[in-house]
Design a protein around this ligand. Sequence first.
Ligand SMILES: [Zn+2]
Length: 434
Amino acid sequence: MLTGLLVQFEQSQWWSPERLKAQQDRQRASLLSHAYDKVPYYKAPLAEAGYRPGREVTDEIWSRIPILDRQVLAEDSSVLKARSMPKGHGRTSERSSSGSSGRPIKVVITELATLFRDAGVLRDILWHRIDTRGKLAAIRGRSGAAYPKGTGQESWSPVVRSQFETGPAVALSSTTEVPKQALWLQRENPDHLMIIPHNLFALAEHCRKEGIKLDKLRGVSTYGGVVRPEDRQACREAWGVEIYDVYSAEESGYMALQCPLHEHYHVQAEAVILEIIDEAGKPCAPGQRGRVIVTALHNFAMPLIRYDLGDYAEFGEPCDCGRGLPVVRRIHGRTRDMLTLPSGGQVSPVFVNDAFKDLPVRQFQIVQDAPDHLEVKIVQAPDYRPEEQEALIREVLSERLPADYAMTFSYHDKIEHTPGGKYFDFRSLVSNPE
Ligand SMILES: [Zn+2]
């Protein structure tokens, strides 16, 4: 099935925008019909927007469907679960994430939706001609791969192995201090590196200053954060290689991949409808920044229709590579600083993923305002009980932090994006004082 989908992707990427849109229109009609019948949450808003079962879903009806706030997902995602599913969508599984704007969320996805995610992983490899026969090194959180050994496996992943010949993969926890990450990489000497952008920048800068070369490295894949021009520059200067960035979210899967020829992105229009809207809810023109609203077209277990991801982005003009997939010129999404250790070293703050996962927290942000102090900012949900939850958060953070930090909690109505549209779930006034 995955092979079939990939073959289909190879063709549909060259379709005209009109043909892609027609295909999306068909898929959104079946998604709405399912949501209307099987997810009570959607019935009234869809009817109010003018939706009638069996009738055409026009763009006008679509634009009247209310934006789905992340809060619904953060507070009680069960209201979005379908009571039953059509045949052929497979089993369901649950995923959790700290979310794009510091809002912890849980989603349920089907095997069919997973198939589209997997096809995105493989399309990325094809687009950037990544040679999977080489060695992959991943520096990431939550893998339990402590320095100096890290972990290793025989292939890049079961999904990659199902379609391509693959070499081995090694992984190291991104809570490792940057100089040790560099030593580990030197020793592993990988062909390809996978890493979160803020960690990449610190690592590439360190390697450039210390003259650490990775002579086999051919490219770097990034995910899970905003890639800035200076990240690309740092990567070229340190190792002479390019970044291939992916725009994805746990809620919606792969939304956009970097064009094989340019630094902008192509929307994965076969899998998602990606809208960018202004303050009044109207579609933004190319070059105009607005909120990202996404609809995952194939996840019928928990339909997310016009879901406000909490990111900002802008569309670009059609691409000269010939692909009909819409162009996203820039993404301003979640971002992080590095955590500074009391000793002066820096590590990636992956611990923020775990501390808030199952708590009644609407939004969070951790701010390091001194080498040994963190302020934990929280927007509470109704069930939040400070004494109880503060103790829990302290416990998880202390367990995962690489050194001792004093912590202060503060409570807010809302935690804002920066004027540039970025959201910091971890901000360090020590490593990044601006
Ligand atoms: Zn292109």
